[in-house]
Write a protein that binds this ligand. Structure first.
Ligand code: UGA
Length: 435
């Protein structure tokens, strides 16, 4: 079976590559010719562990190809996956312009029965909207029938290939038996490893995606607030989280406190779900609170730094980590970047280091100092702040760091270190919720 993937961002590229690794023939289409040229010359425009090798393997096997020719992609395929961006509008609703444009193009090139699979995160009702657009733009809708399926993706950046091939569920939102059979055929390798398949209507599938992201964002925000409380009352948030996680109903995952969630998904999707609820006349009170608590978390982290170094004007602050989490070069809605912006606004000077995300950061913050490593960053600083949990930051030579810092102030926003260890080395140390 031939598959066409429209959009070669994180989700599209990983989906296309992994499906080709399942033995299917996949054409990945993108309107960005630079991206396609890059992929065709064997380079990968994003950093994602194991992705480059997998692309190479499947391109060499002749199962995976990249093109800007959407007509070819559509005509040669039975299933067409839409994986284009849904950035936020000014009112926080999802901007569906790219999806609508793709639906129009699909309509113009239909040449037989197709399953149109939406993988982008979209508001409830979008599958129906895609169907309407295709019907109204298709020159002969009766001659070329099609079904629209909602098939949300749950992979995480940094472990996208693993997550795609080891999902905890596959959600297929469709009312068409024919489309369902094709989807089951596409995902057969996952069926064989007993992945649960949830078959729902398209609206339910669309809501499942938002509900999962919003719940995880809520869980992180909850533990962040418990951590803030721990800071005030002298409790240890790690012990609280561990005890909570031992309750099977809660589970220990996503209970790690920090500077607030970031990335291209949680911030956008939480706001979008609030906006979807509002459009249906419902005020999603708890999620609205999560959205504002997550913004405040960044501000509270700056307050923490301020408490330790005093007035920020003229102070040199070293920041370790710019990416929104480790193992990615992605800085979208990164709490580290937001914290840097607040610090700059208060007159601090910033030195920073990140193993992968410095090139992306230079595009938006060209005037801060970029260092070669952790030690160059620490040199002469009034405080060193860990903002992203990169593994290489877990085993710093602390004696060396202490000598390099102007003041031995260490703010660990990811709780990578034991407070007692740092205090025994005479650092002024603060984590999040571990006073
Ligand atoms: C998230 C979801 O985890 C995926 O299931 C989903 O498919 C994806 O969004 C999406 O919608 O495409 P991702 O954005 O890659 O994946 O990142 P996460 O690993 O979920 O982390 C998100 C943010 O939460 C990061 O800033 C991370 O540092 C923070 N976080 C995570 C915490 O602060 N504490 C935790 O315990 C876990």
């Amino acid at each position: 079976m031939e598959i066409c993937i429209i959009g070669t961002g994180y989700v599209g590229l990983v989906t296309g590559t992994c499906l080709s690794d399942f033995g299917l023939e996949v054409i990945c289409v993108d309107k960005d010719s630079e991206k396609i040229e890059c992929l065709n010359s064997g380079r990968v425009p994003i950093y994602e562990p194991n992705l480059e090798d997998l692309i190479q393997k499947n391109v060499n096997a002749g199962r995976l190809s990249f093109t800007t020719d959407i007509e070819k992609g559509i005509k040669e395929s039975k299933a067409i996956f839409i994986a284009v961006g849904t950035p936020p509008n000014d009112d926080n609703s999802a901007d569906l312009t790219q999806i609508e444009k793709v639906a129009q193009q699909i309509a113009q090139h239909l040449n037989g029965y197709k399953v149109i699979v939406n993988k982008s995160t979209v508001p409830v009702g979008t599958a129906g909207k895609i169907k309407e657009i295709i019907n109204s733009f298709s020159p002969s809708p009766l001659q070329h029938p099609f079904d629209v399926v909602s098939n949300p993706e749950f992979l995480r950046e940094g472990s996208a290939v693993y997550d795609f091939t080891h999902p905890d569920k596959i959600v297929i939102g469709t009312t068409s038996i024919k489309a369902l059979k094709i989807m089951q055929e596409i995902y057969r390798p996952l069926y064989l490893i007993d992945t649960p398949f949830m078959i729902t209507n398209p609206e339910t599938a669309e809501l499942i995606k938002y509900a999962c992201n919003a719940f995880l964002a809520t869980k992180i925000t909850f533990i962040n607030e418990i951590a803030n409380l721990c800071d005030k009352i002298g409790a240890d948030v790690h012990q609280v989280a561990r005890a909570m996680g031992l309750d099977g109903r809660i589970s220990p995952k996503f209970l790690h406190p920090g500077p607030g969630y970031g990335g291209s998904c949680f911030p956008k999707d939480t706001r979008a779900l609030c906006s979807i609820a509002e459009s249906f006349g419902y005020e999603f009170q708890s999620l609205n609170a999560v959205v504002s608590a997550n913004i405040r978390q960044r501000e509270l982290m700056v307050e923490k730094i301020k408490r330790l170094v005093g007035k920020l004007r003229g102070k040199q602050i070293g920041i370790l980590g710019l990416a929104f989490k480790m193992n990615t070069d992605d800085i979208r809605e990164s709490s580290s970047i937001d914290i840097i912006k607040i610090l700059l606004g208060e007159g601090a000077k910033i030195k920073c280091f990140d193993p992968l995300a410095m090139d992306n950061t230079k595009k938006i913050l060209p005037d801060i100092i970029y260092c070669q490593d952790e030690y160059e960053t620490a040199q002469g600083c009034d405080a060193l702040v860990i903002a992203t949990e990169w593994n290489q930051f877990r085993n710093l030579d602390l004696n060396k760091i202490k000598k390099l810092l102007k003041n031995p102030t260490f703010v660990d926003l990811r709780n990578l270190y034991e407070p007692a260890t740092l205090k025994s080395l005479s650092f002024i140390y603060e984590g999040v919720g571990r006073k």
